[in-house]
Design a protein around this ligand. Structure first.
Ligand code: APR
Ligand code: PHB
Length: 390
């Protein structure tokens, strides 16, 4: 089999890249280790920057988010037992974020790919990028017991943090990493969101909390917890009680609770691998960088990588220029590091850190007070939250 771009991984990065390339007339095949249902079963943050929504529309997959996404003009910070709105729309000259589940987005992309008749090999085992240092890269894989080879011009490693692409070039990369001393316990429930117009980020002496949503009938809530806690130790009742204790009185009273339909604990990590290009192999999305979920930048960064990568391939095929390819890594990393900084900052501001004790908490209180009372500080938060320009 031969294609122009072999894409490894059918998460949001791989699927969106495939769709954008298809729109540009560039042939591509996706090789995915898991089944489609497995990919759809992963629950992740669902807040889209305006540039991400625009990109989905450009890729021809904006109908779902346009119909069912919820536009947020503001966020709310809860601390000291009170709520403080940040008018991100007003502070950024009219920019917003949109709540739309990553599961729904992945489904939209899968359906568009299927409708366009594009090749996706699910349950491909032992996927191996080969010979990407020269002019004739290829990817080998196994499917139903047989070994296959996909010849291509370029390989896009969109295979997430645990994928094979970055592992293949591990001797040529520099890794930067920070692991946080806590995790997030997340619950998805079919109950109306307590705050349908704003995402709520809470800092309390019991730890961080977050009230988010997937739709007007489906909510997503999180509480900071020890990373080695077991999900079995958190009954629904214990979760709802803990969440209430971390919010202001009004929100705590208004929360509608119900049985969880998903409950999981995720560790928090900041990670960047540099560079993002190795000859004709390119890393994009979680394969190259991870942000802690505070601020919901992971999917948005994946979208900007993929936009740059698609642009680079268009320049190569249409204009016979390798400028975009040569600049890819540097261009992505500039944006990546700004999102890394923002996600680390918001994480540091909103969580209880076991090791910083009183001094760290006093600094948090001072910074939160400054943040909600200084237009300059609120604006810095708002413009990062809605997404820095591409
Ligand atoms: N071979 C083929 N596919 C693989 C391999 C492999 N060796 N290893 C991993 N994959 C697949 C995974 O099964 C997964 O479907 O690559 C895909 C990677 O998807 P994500 O982990 O979602 O990464 P990405 O698409 O970059 O996601 C970007 O969306 O899912 C979120 O947290 C993620 O916010 C981030 C954003
Ligand atoms: C989510 O809806 O899952 C979500 C929202 C905002 C965040 C992180 C996660 O900062």
């Amino acid at each position: 089999m031969r294609t122009q771009v072999a894409i490894i991984g059918a998460g949001p990065s791989g699927l969106l890249l495939g769709q954008l390339l298809h729109k540009a007339g560039i042939d591509n095949v996706i090789l995915e280790r898991q089944s489609g249902e497995y990919v759809l079963g992963r629950i992740r943050a669902g807040i889209l920057e305006q540039v991400t929504v625009d990109l989905l529309r450009e890729a021809g997959v904006g109908a779902g988010v346009d119909a069912a996404g919820t536009v947020h003009h503001s966020i709310e910070l809860v601390f000291g037992g009170a709520r403080h709105p940040i008018d991100v729309h007003g502070l950024t000259g009219g920019k917003v974020v949109t709540a739309y589940g990553q599961t729904e987005l992945t489904r939209d992309l899968m359906q568009a790919r299927q409708a366009a008749g594009l090749a996706t090999v699910y349950e491909a085992a032992n996927v191996s990028p080969l010979d990407f240092g020269g002019g004739k890269p290829r990817v080998s894989y196994q499917k139903d017991g047989a070994t296959h080879t996909l010849e291509c011009d370029f390989i896009a490693g969109c295979d997430g943090f645990h994928g094979v692409s970055r592992a293949t070039v591990k001797d040529s990369i520099t890794e930067y990493e920070k692991v946080y001393p806590f995790g997030w316990l997340g619950v998805l429930a079919d109950v109306p969101p307590v705050s349908p117009h704003a995402i709520v980020y809470g800092n309390s002496e019991r730890g961080f909390s977050l009230c988010s949503m997937r739709s007007l009938t489906r909510s997503r809530y999180y509480v900071q917890c020890p990373v080695d806690d077991r999900v079995e130790d958190w009954s629904d009742q214990r979760f709802w009680d803990e969440l209430r204790l971390r919010l202001d009185k009004d929100l705590a009273e208004r929360i509608v609770t119900g049985p969880s339909i998903e409950k999981s604990i995720a560790p928090l990590r900041s990670f960047v691998a540099e560079p993002m290009r190795f000859g004709r192999l390119f890393l994009a999305g979680d394969a190259s960088h991870i942000v802690p979920p505070t601020g919901a930048k992971g999917l948005n960064l994946a979208a900007s990588d993929v936009k740059y990568l698609c642009g680079a391939f268009i320049e190569f095929y249409r204009d016979n220029s390798s400028a975009g390819i040569d600049n890819y890594s540097q261009r992505c990393l500039r944006r990546v590091w700004k999102a890394e900084r923002f996600s680390w900052w918001l994480t540091s501001l909103m969580h209880r850190f076991p090791d910083t004790e009183g001094f760290g908490q006093k600094l948090q209180e001072a910074e939160l007070d400054y943040l909600v009372n200084s237009k300059a500080a609120s604006t810095a938060l708002a413009e990062n939250y809605v997404g820095l320009p591409l």
